[in-house]
Ligand binder design. Sequence first.
Ligand code: AMP
Ligand code: MG
Length: 325
Amino acid sequence: MTRRLSPDQQGLDEAASILRGGGLVAMPTETVYGLAANALDPVAVARIFEAKRRPSFDPLIVHLPSAEEAFGYATSVPDAARELAAAFWPGPLTLVLPRATIIPDIVAAELPTVGLRVPAHAVARQLLERVGLPLAAPSANLFGFVSPTSAVHVLDGLDGHIDAVLDGGLCTHGLESTVVAFEAGIPIILRHGAITREQIAALCGEVGEGARVLERPLAPGQLARHYATRTPLRLFDRADQLPEPAATAFLIVVAGPLPDAQRSGNLSARALSPSGSLTEAAATLFAALREADASGALELRILTCEDHGLGRAINDRLRRAAVRA
Ligand code: AMP
Ligand code: MG
């Protein structure tokens, strides 16, 4: 049984003590729920891979309470990384930097680098301060499936396989952190996320994208199929491309109102943000995918959004969710 802890003093103490003992605790962050373990304990970290059924080639992000502590786990820090940290930490940004030897191989999937992040969520911060250890934490879901934005989502996938979940309610961003590496001091976006390319470019000027030469995916977000629903999912760029409503279809419109022609006739039709706010859409995207997946629909139809700002991260998740195994 997995214990559900309140994020009060007692719950936080309990969570910290589980983590010190090598156990697993799911914690809320501003992006999605993370499945945390002591990043310096390879056995504890191995339990994360086991619980998530995550392949061992997939490195974990290490969470710290401050930039100063985070950079202590890197052997060198480019100026651009310091600027990004000053602007966006605490927040939904992961910086991939050369790793200090104290970070175990299993955390980094044997890569010479480590992903570091200072989360903004009050509960995550309190837990990090209380436990006094760096916490390795990937999203708290079974590998390859939709990320969890509530404690109930975490339990859906991992109940019985982890020691506890700190229930901090719903996550505000609902999209994972943006993962940024550096080549010759220039930021390279490995995974789009809650901090947009535009925000990074405004600060650093030049920004690259994707890992250029990869023998294997550097970020699992780069795997073709990820964030997958069990129900087949089809994407549409424009409302006029949507098929006729069908009693077996669940329609999700990411940004903007439901098209008139789709208001009735589908099993369900949902607009994530009728006003067209990408922030609002991102916050409810994963919950809507889970709900649609559980609805009994035979097909999920999604009207995507424009490919800029947060829309790039949203569409990226949807494209990977739509790839069938
Ligand atoms: P998840 O834990 O499921 O949110 O995914 C964490 C993301 O951070 C993945 O895309 C990882 O591959 C990425 N990541 C963590 N550490 C590294 C690293 N050293 N190099 C590249 N990507 C990393
Ligand atoms: Mg994940």
